[in-house]
Design a protein around this ligand. Structure first.
Ligand code: BT5
Length: 324
């Protein structure tokens, strides 16, 4: 842990009680001079750190900025997802940054955030809007020992984890639309883009890119009817670092479940929140158009579609429209 992460984590742990300079020095292992310097820097970043002779240091407020040390300080000690966190002010796409790290041989678990993306993307080259400072635009690098056909398990795990984190942090009740959308009130609030590099029977790495509209208030006209944000649904803004940390904690837990082979339990939680299953759907896959009833997930995370003539088809990707 970096010095800033240690300070923030110690202060957060102490809550309203505060910590004397001596205790903070002891908890962080920093000397008094270094500690004072770091506190000045953190205040300059917008952290409201009070210091009084009586209560010592207290963290009264955090700014709505993404700061790698702050995010690290909010994560559990033992973890894979969020092992390392990097924050960029601007990138083309966080998936591109993560991919470069993957090719350089960086270990799994690193998470790349950007305050904005100039080329945020969805599936099939679609654009992903990433307004500065208003959402969470990030990518997680993973190296699971899964076969390429099972990779949809990770998209399902990611959607389940993000939906759970949103529920826990905001009280809102998200719905999942197979394979990669999370909706609130029928509008998209999260998009997930899973990209992988694989050989025939072995995954080299997977990058899970996640976009969460946290405090986006002003969507462009073409998205207004289809997109929403946590703030718009809850009627109040959220501190992005809190939502981010909750998502990383849940992602870490669910990634561990997939790696341990406990996908079935995860899929049950997913199915309870899924609005696709049991519905008549139209699925576009490239030029193909399929219609039928979305019946279930299979053990790899693929969607089983019961076609109009009774046959069962296994779908691993595509654009789903729910029929009324
Ligand atoms: C997705 O694609 O939903 C995957 C989006 C993944 C975005 C993350 S952000 C971090 C990482 N870095 C990236 O470059 N990407 C990932 P798809 O299912 O194809 O949906 C794309 C469609 O969603 C667009 O065509 C728009 O209609 C809509 N859309 C674009 N921006 C949006 C936003 N901010 N909120 C809600 N909907 C949006």
């Amino acid at each position: 842990m970096t010095a800033d992460a240690k300070i923030l984590s110690a202060l957060r742990g102490a809550g309203g009680t505060g910590l004397s300079p001596a205790m903070l020095t002891e908890r962080t292992g920093l000397g008094a001079v270094a500690l004072a310097r770091r506190i000045t820097e953190l205040r300059a970043l917008g952290y409201d750190i009070e210091s009084t002779p009586h209560l010592g240091y207290r963290l009264l407020g955090s700014p709505d900025v993404l700061h790698a040390d702050d995010l690290l300080a909010r994560l559990p000690a033992r973890r894979i997802v969020g092992r390392d966190v990097q924050v960029f002010q601007q990138t083309s796409s966080t998936n591109d940054v993560a991919e470069k790290l993957a090719r350089d041989g960086v270990a799994e678990g690193v998470v790349i955030f950007a305050e904005t993306q100039t080329k945020g993307r969805g599936r099939l080259g679609r654009k992903w809007l990433s307004p500065t400072g208003q959402g969470l635009w990030f990518s997680v690098l993973l190296r699971p020992a899964l076969s390429p056909v099972s990779i949809t398990q990770l998209t399902v795990a990611a959607a389940t984890a993000v939906a759970r984190a949103i529920r826990l942090e905001t009280g809102l009740v998200p719905q999942i639309k197979w394979p990669n959308d999370i909706l609130l009130g029928g509008k998209k609030v999260v998009g997930i883009l899973t990209e992988l590099s694989a050989e025939l029977d072995r995954v080299r790495y997977v990058i899970i890119g996640i976009g969460v509209d946290v405090n986006v208030t002003d969507f462009p006209a073409e998205l207004r009817d289809v997109a929403t944000s946590l703030a718009a649904e809850a009627g109040k803004r959220f501190l992005r670092a809190e939502i981010a940390a909750a998502i990383l904690r849940e992602l870490d837990a669910d990634y561990a479940r997939v790696v341990r082979g406990e996908f079935a339990a995860l899929a049950e939680e997913w199915e309870r929140q899924c609005i696709t299953l049991g519905r008549r759907v139209v699925i576009h896959i490239g030029d193909r158009k399929l219609t039928g009833r979305a019946e279930a997930l299979d053990s790899d995370g693929a969607l089983l579609l019961r076609g109009d003539y009774g046959h069962l088809e296994r779908i691993i990707g595509g654009d789903v429209t729910l029929e009324k």
